[in-house]
Design a protein around this ligand. Sequence first.
Ligand SMILES: C[S@@+](CC[C@H](N)C(=O)[O-])C[C@H]1O[C@@H](n2cnc3c(N)ncnc32)[C@H](O)[C@@H]1O
Length: 259
Amino acid sequence: MEKNVQNQLVVDQLRKAGCVYAEEEAELLIAAASSSEELAAMVNRRVAGEPLEYVVGWAEFYGMRMKVEPRVFVPRRRSEFLVRLAVAQISEGAVVVDLCCGSGAIGAAIASVVPGINLYAVDIDPAAVRCARLNVSGIGGTAYEGDLFAPLPPDLIGRVNLIVVNAPYVPTEAIATMPAEARLYEALTALDGGADGLDIQRRIAADAGRWLAPGGCLLIETSARQAERSAQLFDHNGLVAQVARDEEYDATVVTALKL
Ligand SMILES: C[S@@+](CC[C@H](N)C(=O)[O-])C[C@H]1O[C@@H](n2cnc3c(N)ncnc32)[C@H](O)[C@@H]1O
């Protein structure tokens, strides 16, 4: 089939299914498919509502292509604010932990700006860890599978210069109101932060000080509504917390410093 005709057919199918960026998505699907059969299967998945990122196998984040498998959290553009804050905190040789790393996008983006960091990425979901391995190992990072800090090498205790976190923070009841692409396609463990959304943040706050080096810092994404309560969790555990907000990214980050 002639290329322009094929392109227009894909655009028409996507547009009919309600894809707002049908032209751009058609280009990405055509580039990702290695045969017309594969293209047809990919278009069908997308038309059925599967996020584009899972269909093509990557998500754009901080100008990079991060590998993502189905069910693994798709890195959000708002987390680029956390990356910007993070790179201002560290220099070459820093020990950086990306906790609840998902695809490892946040750590990988930081490593792309500050070369020579020692990056440790952790997630509890084996599929996320598989993706993180692909995304961070080429830049000197290591991905670990397990619960929060548990799988990290114990000799990092007291030596971590920066902990970056985007842990699940959606209150359980609010998950039903999330867009279908998140609610139906991303793993519940990637979204559900418990009754008030802060269950995992509470556990992180209780343990972070032990892993940070003196002068080290933790940056954690949260919602504008939860920010004050998130900050208090870290204050109550001996860190000095502040809330940073960026309207352009619609992003809120708590920074918690170990003096
Ligand atoms: C909101 S997603 C964020 C992923 C990644 N940080 C990002 O921004 O793209 C939260 C991640 O936390 C992971 N997670 C949930 N509970 C965890 C736990 N107890 N220990 C480690 N990771 C956990 C999930 O598997 C998921 O990948």
